[in-house]
Design a protein around this ligand. Structure first.
Ligand code: PAF
Length: 274
């Protein structure tokens, strides 16, 4: 596996390939990322992972500075998973001048749910993903469904800009107790880790009720919020939405239940499709 840090090296490493399949990451990898790498392998003639902690998608009081940078361990895992190439640029390499050209995603999708609680987050995500797709000339790109809204926005962006890349979404990887794998799980202390699966349990509770025909979405959301509060969480939202555009669903729509909540200082997100 080759590891490159500059755009010139990246272009050289990709020059013999016609169909790169890319897994964009911010590093601090876990089994969920490695599943994305394995899913990418049959999609291209080279499998490439990017590792870049993207300052643009962090708010001023978020965890950009303390986000774990674990390049050596990440590369060892990627190599074992069969990745061919890693692009891990420095900030100065990736943003050599202030990134004043940015992608402005539509408010109807980007300013709700995560966007409401993390203003500017999806401007940062869409901008870096567009740039990573341009740099890697990816023909396939693989993302996890845990970041459900992110995946939807990236699909819409790629469609609207007619980018020649297939966006592939992969099911969320979970621990045995149901906790969605996330790099931020590493912030949890042992007591919090023992509580953490409550988030997916609350979502599954709402999903089960929806499958059983309950259409009182507001009541289901407020019960889930209450049960999270009772078990020590500070939830930002629990919300039943339509899968296609994350707007309010009609009973016959394919739905998704999404949540974000804080356990101590750690903010986690999760979702369950219905
Ligand atoms: O999901 C992530 O890890 C990041 O948001 C992404 C897509 C790599 C962009 O920085």
């Amino acid at each position: 596996m080759q590891i490159v840090h500059t755009l010139a090296q990246l272009r050289q490493a990709l020059s013999a390939y016609r169909h790169p399949a890319v897994v964009p990451t911010m590093g601090n990898l876990h089994d969920g990322h490695l599943a994305l790498v394995r899913a990418a392998q049959p999609l291209g003639d080279i499998t490439l992972a990017t590792i870049f902690v993207n300052r643009l998608q962090f708010g001023p009081h978020e965890d950009f500075e303390r986000y774990p940078r674990t390049l050596e361990a990440d590369c060892a895992q990627l190599e074992a998973a069969g990745c061919d190439l890693v692009f891990a640029p420095s900030e100065a390499e990736f943003y050599p001048e202030p990134q004043t050209y940015k992608v402005q995603p539509p408010a109807a999708l980007a300013d709700i749910l995560e966007g409401q609680f993390r203003p500017g987050f999806f401007v940062g995500v869409c901008t870096v993903v567009l740039k990573l797709l341009a740099c890697t000339q990816a023909r396939s790109a693989v993302f996890g469904k845990k970041d459900y809204q992110q995946l939807l926005l990236i699909r819409h962006m790629v469609r609207q800009f007619a980018l020649p890349v297939d966006i592939v979404g992969i099911a969320t990887h979970r621990s045995a107790d149901g906790l969605a794998l996330s790099s931020r799980n590493g912030y949890l202390n042992p007591a919090q880790r023992a509580q953490a699966a409550e988030l997916s349990r609350a979502l599954h509770g709402v999903a089960d009720a929806l499958r059983a025909g309950n259409t009182d979405y507001a009541a289901l959301e407020s019960q889930a919020l209450q049960s999270l509060r009772t078990s020590g969480w500070a939830p930002d939202y629990v919300s039943v939405r339509r899968q296609t555009d994350l707007q309010a669903p009609a009973p016959q729509d394919p739905m998704v239940v999404l949540a974000a909540a804080r356990l101590g200082e750690t903010r986690l997100i999760d979702n369950v499709e219905v």
